[in-house]
Design a binder for this molecule. Structure first.
Ligand code: HAM
Length: 418
């Protein structure tokens, strides 16, 4: 049998409910905040990602699925969506009509990472990106939108980490300070960090290696190096978040793994056991539109790891919700006909009703009702037909009641709306 590729996964019908719920809650919140959906290709020219994410990042160095197509052009399965959204903003001259744009997109991304729970080679992201707004108020507003979504989904075991990465004016000084700090202790760093020290020294700050973690303890702090504009912007974001009671923690070691960030950066992390810690991440990328050939327009956005969010929600759902409203266990031809009429009528009125179509015993029909996780089961045989009433059993409480056949549909509908 041909198996799926390692790190890729099927999302099965029994799991799709949470995906659909998250998607619809996200869409409704994002649209309330003025965002419109955009759908983009999953393949782009490799150059787009190299230029935007950065040549010396893990994603570009080790994780991209890059192929030469039949004409030899290098193309890449997108490892993230921001670069594509920017490409589309520029290519479709969205800025010409109205530079301020709020866009969201949901879809698969591809990174050839080492697969494990919460880390896949094809994973899904929910992205939101804002173009053309410089004000720090928008930084606070997208964090409000993100935390509102998590609250609505009852994902509460999270902490928002916040930092500023400065701008091309002030970051070089910090970079130099970092290199000067690490040079004398280079041998204490891991192999990757030694290699990165001249290309991407900021990444040393969030390396997970215990020896690097120790080495960075007294490293210079970026917020001490911010220029006046970056500092004013950052503290304005902090003040707005505080005034709106949006919880966050300052985390001066948060550097993110993509090169395009400027100023505000953030990550939503969870401490739930067994979960990958970062559930969402984002920040400003005020230079990227210009760098990719567009106008000088600021931008900010985030991406939620959809798979990770779904896993957290699924783990939190201790008790499975009933998946159908009612199962009608019918015995005998007449009862079956009646059950068929009822389930159709109930289905048409928005009630999830099921029956068995193959004349099984009562025992195996009850087993099927259990598998379908029915909220109610109605049992109907010859006796019930003759008496004009059916037994309706609440599968959670195990309470039973007799319902008149003529009143059956109405009773089920009343229970659904109760
Ligand atoms: P990122 O931090 O690389 O940022 O990814 C965002 C989120 O995607 C992560 O926090 C994580 O939840 C999820 N994620 C990343 N890799 C995997 C994986 N292999 N398996 C499962 N989930 C994963 C970005 O991609 C930026 N484009 C975010 C952004 C948007 N910044 C500004 N706008």
């Amino acid at each position: 049998m041909i198996q799926k590729i390692k790190g890729f996964k099927d999302i099965l019908p029994e799991d799709i409910g949470i995906w659909q719920k998250v998607e619809s809650v996200a869409k409704s919140i994002f649209e309330n905040f003025g965002f419109s959906e955009i759908r983009l290709p999953v393949i782009e020219r490799s150059e787009l990602f190299k230029k935007s994410i950065g040549e010396n990042t893990d994603i570009v160095e080790k994780e991209m699925y890059t192929f030469a197509d039949r004409k030899g052009e290098l193309i890449t399965l997108r490892p993230e969506a921001t670069a594509s959204v920017v490409r589309s903003y520029i290519q479709n001259k969205m800025y010409a009509k109205e530079p301020e744009r709020k866009l969201y997109t949901i879809g698969p991304m591809f990174r050839r990472e080492r697969p494990q729970k919460g880390r896949y080679r094809q994973f899904y992201q929910i992205n939101a990106e804002v173009f053309g707004i410089k004000s720090p108020l928008i930084d606070a507003q997208i964090l409000l939108m993100l935390t509102t979504l998590f609250e609505k989904l009852e994902v509460l075991d999270t902490v928002t980490h916040l930092n500023s990465l400065g701008c091309p004016k002030c970051r070089p000084d910090f970079r130099k300070a970092l290199i000067d700090f690490f040079k004398p202790v280079l041998s204490e760093l891991c192999k990757d960090c030694i290699r990165r020290i001249n290309t991407n020294p900021l990444r040393v700050l969030d390396c997970k290696c215990p020896s690097c973690k120790k080495a960075v303890e007294n490293a210079p702090i970026i917020t001490d190096y911010l220029c006046d504009e970056c500092e004013t912007h950052f503290f304005s974001v902090v003040d707005t978040l505080k005034s709106q009671n949006i919880p966050f923690e300052l985390d001066t070691k948060l550097v993110r793994g993509l090169d395009y960030y400027t100023r505000t950066t953030f990550e939503i992390q969870t401490s739930l056991p067994g979960a990958q810690s970062a559930v969402a991440g984002g920040g400003r990328y005020d230079e990227l539109v210009k760098m990719l050939g567009g106008p000088d327009q600021p931008a900010i956005g985030f991406a939620i790891g959809f798979d990770r969010l779904v896993e957290i929600i699924a783990a939190g759902q201790k008790q499975q919700e009933p998946s159908i409203d009612i199962f009608i266990a019918a015995l005998g031809e007449k009862s079956n006909k009646m059950a068929y009429k009822w389930i159709c009528e109930l289905n048409l009125s928005g009630i999830k009703a099921e029956m068995d179509f193959s004349d099984k015993s009562l025992k195996s029909q009850m087993r099927k009702a259990g598998k379908l996780n029915a909220m109610y089961v109605a049992i109907m045989g010859e006796n019930e037909l003759n008496n004009g009433s059916v037994v309706l059993r609440n599968m959670k409480t195990k309470n039973q009641e007799l319902v008149l056949i003529d009143n059956f549909i109405k009773s089920v509908k009343d229970k659904k709306t109760a």
